[in-house]
Ligand binder design. Structure first.
Ligand code: AMP
Ligand code: ZN
Length: 461
C-alpha cells in the first residue's frame, strides 16, 4: 500500500512496525462547538484509511482523542482570543464537562450518520492530565523545558530537528517572527517556544494542581500523552487536517522525541481543506455546515460521504449543494441497481483488483469510485456484480447491501413519492408529507419512519 508521508514529502510503501498490527492516531475534535463537515472530511480520511488497511489484512488499533480542555483560540465572532469552554459555560450557566459531553455525543451521532467506524479508543484530555504532567517533568529534567511563573515552556532551540515536518525551522521562524514582531510582553526565552503547561488565570473554571501551581496543559501535550499511552512511544500512523502540521504536529514531534529519545511516528497523513462555494467556512459568512443541515435539506448523510470520495484527500474539496445533489442521485442509482441484483458468491476478480489497486494507491478514491461505476455498467452477471459491490462497500461504507434490501421490489414511482415525502417532512411541511403518505397507501405501500430514514413496505402480502 502506498501512502503520502508529510514527514518525507514522498509517497512511500507502507510497512507497519509490528505486522499485522497497525497503530493509528487521529487528532480528534474540540468538543465545545459543533463539528462541521470540514472536520468530518478529515475524519473520513482516517476512516477510509482504517478500512483500507483492514482490507490489506492488517489489524488496526485506532485512537482518536477528545479535546475537552479549553484552549485559547482566535474567534472571528468575538474578534479576540477566547477560551471556548469558559465563554460557553459562563454564557449558558453550565459546567464545562456537561457541555463537552453534549458536543461529544453529537459528534458520535454525526460520525454514525456518515458511517465512520468509531475509533477503538477515544481518550479524553481531562482524564490524562496526570500523564501529561509526568512527560513535562521529564522534559524539565532533561533540560528541554523551563518554568517561568507557573508556566512551563518547551525550549524549541534545544530540539535540533525542529521543523522537520513543516519546514518551519528555527532560522525560518526567526525571519517570520521578526517580520510580525510586535511588542507583546512575554516571559518566554524565545518567541518560538511553546507552552506545555499554563498558569491558571483569574476565574478559570478548568484547572489542575501541578508541581508548578494551579494550571492547565497546553494543547499539543495532550496528543503526545494519549498517543504514547495507547500506542507506545513509536507507532505507525498519525493523521489530521493540514492546518495541524504547524504548529500542533511539529510541536508534538519535538516534545515526544525529546521525551523518549527516539522516533515518534513513521507516517504523517494530512487531509486538505474542505471549502464551501470556494470559500473558507466561517460563522460570520453563515457557511459553516453541519450534518444536520444536510439532513434538513432532505439528503441522506451518506451522500456527503460519497461526495468526499470525488476529491483526493490531498486535494482541496469544494462543497456545493449542487454537488451534493449530484452525489445523492448517484447514490440512489447505486442502491437502485443493487436492489435488482441476484445474490452471488463469485465476484468479478479483475474489477475487484482494480478497485483495490486504486485504494492502495494513496487512497485514490476518485479512481475507486470510477471502478465502481465500471462494475455497474459491465456485462457481468448481476450475482457477480453484487458480490464485488458488497466487497467494495467494506471500504466505501455506503451501506449498499442493507439499503438495497429495503429497496427491493418497490416500484420506482413509489420510491420517488416516499423520497419527496421525506423531504417535506424534514422541512416540517407535514401537510404535504401526510398527503403523500395517503397516496402511497392507496397504491398498496406503507411508509414507516425509522431511525435510518423512511422504509417502504408492501401493505399486503
Ligand atoms: P479542531 O476541532 O479545530 O481541532 O479540528 C478538528 C479536525 O478537523 C482537525 O484535524 C482539523 O485540521 C480539521 N479541520 C478543521 N477545519 C477543516 C476543514 N475546513 N476541512 C478539513 N479539515 C478541517
Ligand atoms: Zn492532536
Amino acid at each position: 500500500m502506498l501512502l503520502y508521508n508529510t514527514l518525507s514529502r514522498k509517497i512511500e510503501e507502507f510497512k507497519p512496525l509490528n505486522p499485522p498490527h497497525v497503530g493509528m492516531y487521529t487528532c480528534g475534535p474540540t468538543v465545545y462547538r459543533d463539528i462541521h463537515i470540514g472536520n468530518l472530511r478529515t475524519y473520513l480520511t482516517s476512516d477510509i484509511l482504517k478500512r483500507a488497511l483492514t482490507l490489506n489484512g492488517y489489524k488496526v488499533i485506532s485512537v482518536m482523542n477528545i479535546t475537552d480542555v479549553g484552549h485559547m483560540r482566535y474567534s472571528s465572532e468575538f474578534n479576540r482570543q477566547i477560551d471556548p469552554v469558559m465563554e460557553e459555560a459562563l454564557s449558558e450557566g453550565r459546567r464545562p464537562l456537561e457541555i463537552a459531553k453534549n458536543y461529544t455525543d453529537k459528534f458520535l451521532e454525526d460520525e454514525k450518520k456518515i458511517n465512520i467506524l468509531p475509533a477503538d479508543v477515544m481518550p479524553k484530555a481531562t482524564d490524562h492530565v496526570k500523564e501529561m504532567i509526568e512527560i513535562i517533568k521529564v522534559l524539565i529534567d532533561k533540560g528541554f523545558a523551563y518554568v517561568t511563573d507557573g508556566t512551563v515552556y518547551f525550549e524549541v532551540k534545544k530540539f535540533r530537528e525542529y521543523g522537520k515536518l513543516s519546514g518551519n525551522t528555527l532560522n525560518k521562524m526567526d525571519q517570520l517572527l521578526e517580520a510580525v514582531r510586535v511588542s507583546v510582553e512575554t516571559d518566554k526565552k524565545d518567541s518560538a517556544d511553546f507552552a506545555l503547561w499554563k498558569k491558571a488565570e483569574e476565574g478559570r473554571l478548568m484547572k489542575w494542581d501541578s508541581p508548578w501551581g494551579e494550571g492547565f496543559p497546553g494543547w499539543h501535550i495532550e496528543c503526545s500523552a494519549m498517543s504514547m499511552k495507547y500506542l507506545g512511544r513509536h507507532f505507525d500512523i498519525h493523521a489530521g487536517g493540514e492546518d495541524l502540521i504547524f504548529p500542533h504536529h511539529e510541536d508534538e514531534i519535538a516534545q515526544t522525541e525529546a521525551f523518549s529519545g527516539g522516533k515518534f511516528v513513521n507516517f504523517w497523513i494530512h487531509t486538505n481543506y474542505l471549502l464551501v462555494d470556494g470559500e473558507k467556512m466561517a460563522r460570520s459568512k453563515g457557511n459553516v455546515y453541519l450534518i444536520s443541515d444536510i439532513e434538513k435539506k432532505g439528503f441522506n448523510p451518506l451522500a456527503f460521504r460519497y461526495l468526499t470520495f470525488l476529491a483526493h484527500y490531498k486535494a482541496r474539496m469544494n462543497f456545493t449543494w449542487k454537488a451534493l445533489e449530484a452525489s445523492q442521485s448517484a447514490l440512489d442509482k447505486i442502491y437502485e441497481a443493487a436492489s435488482g441484483f441476484e445474490e452471488g458468491k463469485i465476484g468479478c476478480a479483475q474489477i475487484e483488483t482494480e478497485f483495490n489497486q486504486a485504494v492502495n494507491d494513496d487512497l485514490n478514491m476518485p479512481k475507486a469510485v470510477s471502478v465502481l461505476w465500471e462494475l455497474l455498467g459491465s456485462q457481468n452477471p448481476t450475482s457477480a456484480k453484487a458480490q464485488s459491490l458488497y466487497k467494495m462497500d467494506e471500504v466505501l461504507g455506503l451501506k449498499i447491501k442493507e439499503t438495497a434490501e429495503s429497496f427491493k421490489n418497490i416500484p420506482i414511482e413509489i420510491k420517488e413519492m416516499a423520497y419527496t415525502r421525506e423531504k417535506y417532512r424534514k422541512e416540517n411541511n407535514f401537510e404535504k408529507a401526510d398527503a403523500l403518505r395517503r397516496q402511497i397507501k392507496e397504491k398498496g405501500y406503507t411508509v414507516k419512519d425509522t431511525e435510518k430514514g423512511s422504509q417502504i413496505k408492501k401493505t399486503h402480502i
